[in-house]
Design a protein around this ligand. Structure first.
Ligand code: CU
Length: 199
């Protein structure tokens, strides 16, 4: 029996050691500098903090230079590749706009809507900011956000991207919207984007 107990203790010790490694600093801070897309003139900054002591995730996003309309905003993840912001070179149909679909290869699908409830991945359209500037703050329990992004409980925003959408500009019909969303291409057009970096 002794030969069985020793490995069990060793496994337990290893488990504690791994837990220690995962803790890291008490607070991890990520930022994204938001730059204009599609000539919007918008700019801003987002900060995400993951407090591993209080187990709270907080997000702030300020932006200005936007059109006076609703601004859906999300964390996007391109999965195994590093999310980045599209450029004019991603205007696949050369209509002068990088629409929400043309940007997908760079920033990836929506992983977390930055609405009034980031404890879930469902978008509350009425919870998105509106107007020419954004002054957004929210927070939620760390475990809920980790569940929402479906990342096996591990929460690391590094290498994801934040995209802000929404214009009042008249757009040609060649500008695509999100298929099946029922939203206009004005609502979904990307107008600001920033890659998320760990500080
Ligand atoms: Cu988005």
């Amino acid at each position: 029996m002794r030969s069985l107990r020793i490995p069990a203790v060793a496994v337990l010790a290893a488990a504690f050691a791994m837990a220690g490694c995962d803790n890291g600093p008490n607070t991890r801070t990520y930022t994204a500098d938001l730059s204009a897309l599609n000539g919007s003139g918008a700019s801003g900054v987002a900060t995400i903090t993951v407090d591993n002591e209080s187990n709270v995730v907080s997000v702030s996003l300020t932006a200005s230079g936007l059109d006076d309309t609703i601004h859906a905003q999300h964390v996007h993840s391109a999965g195994s590749i590093i999310s980045s912001c599209p450029t004019a070179a991603d205007d696949a149909n050369s209509d002068g706009y990088v629409d929400v679909v043309e940007g997908l290869p760079k920033y990836g699908p929506i992983i977390l809507p930055l609405d009034n409830d980031i404890s879930g991945a469902d978008a509350n359209v009425s919870g998105f900011p509106t107007g020419t500037s954004i002054d957004y703050t929210t927070s939620a329990p760390r475990a809920d956000v980790a569940d929402a992004v479906d990342n096996d409980g591990f929460l690391d925003f590094q290498d994801w991207a934040i995209v802000v959408h929404g214009t009042t500009e008249d757009l040609p019909s060649t500008v695509a919207t999100l298929p099946g969303s029922g939203l206009s291409n004005q609502v979904t057009l990307p107008v600001a984007c920033g890659a998320i970096r760990f500080q």
